[in-house]
Structure formats: C-alpha cells, structure tokens
Design a protein around this ligand. Structure first.
Ligand code: SF4
Length: 243
C-alpha cells in the first residue's frame, strides 16, 4: 500500500454523478504481518476526528496489530486517513506515551499525572513565588527615596485589608484556594493603588515617581496573572475533587 504520509489522500476513486461512491479498503498492519496472519478483526471506529470512520481492528496473539477501513461503513466506505491508519490503534506500541511529559528547561521529561495536571512542578512554583517576591522587594526599595521626599502618613483604614490570615498559610486544597484568593484581593488593591499614585505623580509632574509606578504596575500585572492561573488550577481540586 502507498505511503499515506507522502500521499495523504491515497489512490483516487473517481466515479460518475449519481453512481455509488466506490469502496476502497485501506489497511495497515505491523511490519512483517499480512492479512492472513491476523487472528480476528474487531469492529470499531476511529475517534481521532469527528468523522468517526468505521474500521476493524486486527488482533493477533491477544495484541492489537493493525487496522483496516470497513467497506460497508457509510462514512468512509473503507477509507482511512493517515491518523486513523497509523496512529489510532497503537495501544501496544513501544513508542506510545503512557506517562505525561512535563517541559523542564525546554526539555520534555516524564512526570506523574498529579504534577502534570497541577501545571507546574512544586519547585517551579516556589521559584515563581520567589521571583515575584523579589520584585516586591525591588518595589519597596524604589519607593524608599520617594517616601523620604514626601514623608509617610500611615492611615488606619487600609490596614484592614492586610489579611492577617496570610501571616500563616491555611491547610488543604480549599485552604490553598482561599490563600490565593486573599492574595488576589491584596494584589488588586495594590494595582488600583498604583493607579491612584500614578495620577498624583502626574499632578505633581514627578518623573521619578511616574517611572516607579510604571515599572511596579507591570510587576503587579504579572502577580495578578499568575495568581489567576493558580486559582484556576486549584479550584477544580478544591471544589470538586476534595468535596
Ligand atoms: S481515519 Fe482520519 S478521517 Fe477517519 S475518523 Fe480517523 S482521523 Fe478522522
């Protein structure tokens, strides 16, 4: 049979208007096997796209060894595309991935499902948190000369938003979700505060403060984006799996 990677559509089967679409049974078996070697054919359908081409799966010695299109199927009249022909039936193939791969430093490495579904390795998450925390320290340092110039007038009112619960972390999946939500609330307060301070800096025509606000706003945007992603990842486990 033709190499269906090189010749994706396979041999043409032209037919006249209002005449039946000709049958063309495509088949692919493990190397070295021919049709008489197959012990039995099991009816199935390719599920690699919405066409759902009808097919028969070849079984030999209890192993899946190939596929052929089903001639009587109204969808494909025996034809199979390259995906169905070469990929759909390879349950027992040595190259089949049976464990998830996670990209670390640009390289795909085997991992486990919990890690892969969580989206990030624990050490990667820790590294991300450290990077974001370092940026906050840089913000604080950048604001120091400005605070010295204008002075500091602490108001009691915003202190209520410094969630005391964040001094320690909650436990469990729901606790993690609530910690992340608290952080998101605080990051939003920081975000709108940069807007307020930026407006003041414009009024004062304070170029230095405007530069600090512009840089810090970007950092806060990154914090919010990361927190939003983590909340989306943590929510299903906290609200569905844990329940
Ligand atoms: S054989 Fe190709 S066209 Fe048919 S269902 Fe599979 S992927 Fe889709």
């Amino acid at each position: 049979m033709a190499d269906r990677i090189a010749d994706i559509w396979g041999a043409r089967t032209p037919h006249a208007k209002d005449t039946p679409w000709p049958v063309r049974v495509d088949m692919h078996l493990d190397q070295g096997l021919a049709e008489p070697d197959v012990d039995r054919w099991v009816q199935s359908a390719c599920v690699l796209c919405s066409n759902g081409c009808g097919c028969d799966i070849a079984v030999k010695d209890g192993r899946v060894v190939g596929i052929r299109g089903r001639a009587g199927d109204v969808v494909n009249h025996g034809r199979l595309g390259p995906k169905g022909l070469y990929g759909s039936w390879r349950r027992d193939d040595a190259d089949r991935l049976t464990r998830p791969l996670v990209r670390r430093g640009g390289v795909l490495e085997e991992s486990d499902w919990d890690t892969a579904m969580d989206g990030e390795e624990p050490d990667v998450q820790q590294h991300t948190c450290q990077v974001l925390a370092e940026r906050v320290k840089r913000q604080s340092a950048a604001l120091t000369p400005i605070v010295e110039r204008y002075g500091e007038h602490r108001e009691r009112e915003p202190e209520r938003l410094h969630a005391t619960g964040l001094e320690s972390t909650r436990s469990g999946a729901v606790g993690l979700l609530r910690d992340l939500q608290d952080l998101y609330t605080l990051a939003n307060l920081t975000d709108i505060t940069w807007t307020v301070v930026g407006q003041a800096a414009q009024g004062l025509r304070d170029r230095e403060l405007l530069d600090v606000v512009s840089s810090c706003e970007k950092d806060t945007d990154r914090q919010l984006a990361w927190l939003c992603t983590r909340i989306k990842q943590a929510a299903p486990q906290a609200l569905i799996a844990a329940g």
